[in-house]
Write a protein of this length. Structure first.
Ligand SMILES: [Zn+2]
Length: 378
C-alpha cells in the first residue's frame, strides 16, 4: 500500500529566483501537519486500500477517452445541422477539460498510479490537448502547489495586465471593471497557451519570478510533437473533410469553452475572498505559517458531496484535500474531506467551503470587484 504521507509532496523543489526577490520560506512543519498525516495514513491503513491505482480511475479514463473519440469522429464523418455541430463541439471541449482535470492532473501529480510510466503517460495527455506537460510540471506541480497565492511565485494568480486577483499585484484603472469583462477573457486562456505562453516560457526559461530549466531531449521532443499532434487533430485532419473556415470556427469555439471551464474551476479555489494571499517578508522571505497551514489558508472547496461534480472535475472541488495530499488519487477526496476538516477544527485552522458551485462563482465575482476597486490600489 502506498503511504499517504509521501514526503515528496511538499518537499521544496527550488528553482532560482530572478532579480532581488528572495524565495518564500515556510515555518517548520508543526503538529497540525503531523496530525493531518497521521489521520490520513490511519484512514488508508484501516480501510486497507491503496492511495493510487484505483479501478474507478482506469474506468473513468476509458469513459472519457471513449466520449472524446465518439464526439470527434461524429464531427468528422457525420453531416450534422449547425446547432448539432455547436453542441457537439461544446461537449467535446468539456470532455477534453475532463481529461485534463481527471487523467492529466492525477498523472502529473503522480497520483494516478505507483508506476511511473502510467503517470507519465497520463500526464502527457496534456500535450495532446494543447498545453505542455513539461511547462505544467514546473508551473503547477512545483510553483503553484508550493507557493499558492504568493504573488510572483505562483504564476496561476498572474492574470497579466487585464486582471488583478492578489493585493500584491499592481492595480490599474481598467481593473475597476474586471468583474464584468474578465469572464470572456478567460475564454482566450487556452488559445493563449496553445499559441504563445508555452513557447514563450520554453524560450525564455522563466515563470514569474523564477527560472524554469529549458526542456531538452525527450522533453523537448514531446513538447514539439505534442503541439504538432494537437494542431493536427484539431485543424489538420478536420480540414481534409470540411471547409477550413468551419474547422477554424469549431477549433476557436472549443478552445474558448475549454479556457472558460479551466479558468473558472481553478479560480474558485484560490481567487476568492475566503482565501488568503500571504506576503513573505521582503528581506528574509519568511512566511508566518508552515506549509500545510499555508495550503489550507489559501484554498477553498466547493460542491462537496456532489458526486457528479466531483466525477467531472477530478476532485478539484476538493482543492484543500488536493493541496494537502496531491499524490493521493482524487477518488479518495470525498472520504478524506471530513477527516481533514476535523483536524483543521482541532488546530484552529479555518477550513473554507463555498457550498455550491454558484456560491463559488459569486465569491470570485465579489473578489474581482474588491481587487479592482479604487480603494484597493496598492
Ligand atoms: Zn494540482
Amino acid at each position: 500500500m502506498n503511504s499517504a504521507s509521501n514526503p515528496a509532496q511538499n518537499e521544496p523543489v527550488e528553482t532560482p529566483v530572478i532579480g532581488h526577490q528572495v524565495s518564500p520560506r515556510f515555518e517548520r512543519s508543526d503538529e497540525f501537519e503531523a496530525d493531518l498525516r497521521r489521520v490520513v495514513d490511519g484512514y488508508f491503513q484501516e480501510a486497507g486500500i491503496s492511495t493510487r491505482d484505483r479501478l474507478s480511475m482506469f474506468l473513468k479514463t476509458a469513459v472519457l477517452l471513449s466520449l472524446a473519440g465518439m464526439a470527434y469522429s461524429t464531427l468528422l464523418f457525420v453531416a450534422l445541422p449547425f446547432w448539432a455541430v455547436v453542441a457537439l463541439v461544446v461537449f467535446l471541449a468539456m470532455v477534453v477539460a475532463g481529461i485534463g482535470f481527471n487523467v492529466q492532473h492525477d498523472g502529473g501529480h503522480h497520483a494516478y498510479s505507483r508506476h511511473h510510466w502510467i503517470n507519465r503517460l497520463a500526464a502527457a495527455s496534456l500535450d495532446l490537448i494543447g498545453a505542455s506537460s513539461y511547462v505544467w510540471r514546473w508551473k503547477h506541480d512545483v510553483l503553484h502547489h508550493m507557493y499558492v497565492n504568493i504573488a510572483g511565485h505562483d504564476t496561476d494568480i498572474d492574470l497579466g495586465p487585464f486582471g488583478r486577483v492578489s493585493p500584491d499585484h499592481p492595480r490599474r484603472m481598467l481593473h475597476r471593471f474586471q468583474h464584468l469583462y474578465i469572464w470572456p477573457l478567460y475564454g482566450i486562456l487556452a488559445l493563449k497557451w496553445q499559441w504563445f505562453d508555452d513557447f514563450r516560457d520554453v524560450l525564455v526559461g522563466r515563470l514569474g519570478a523564477r527560472r524554469m530549466p529549458r526542456p531538452k531531449g525527450w522533453d523537448l521532443a514531446l513538447f514539439l510533437l505534442g503541439r504538432l499532434a494537437f494542431f493536427g487533430w484539431t485543424i489538420g485532419i478536420p480540414s481534409l473533410f470540411h471547409p477550413l473556415g468551419s474547422v477554424i470556427a469549431c477549433y476557436v469555439l472549443g478552445s474558448v469553452v475549454l479556457g472558460i471551464v479551466l479558468s473558472v474551476v481553478f479560480q474558485l479555489a484560490h481567487a476568492v475572498g475566503e482565501a488568503q494571499f500571504p506576503t513573505p517578508d521582503p528581506v528574509t522571505g519568511k512566511l508566518d505559517a508552515g506549509w500545510a497551514r499555508h495550503q489550507v489558508r489559501t484554498t477553498v472547496d466547493f460542491s462537496r458531496g456532489n458526486a457528479f461534480v466531483t466525477w467531472c472535475l477530478g476532485g478539484l472541488n476538493y482543492q484543500i484535500e488536493h493541496h494537502l495530499f496531491p499524490r493521493i488519487s482524487h477518488v479518495h477526496y470525498p472520504a478524506l474531506a471530513p477527516l481533514v476538516e476535523a483536524v483543521c477544527l482541532r488546530h484552529g485552522v479555518a477550513y473554507h467551503d463555498h457550498g455550491g458551485f454558484w456560491k463559488g462563482i459569486a465569491s470570485h465575482y465579489r473578489w474581482l470587484r474588491h481587487m479592482g476597486s479604487p480603494a484597493q490600489a496598492s
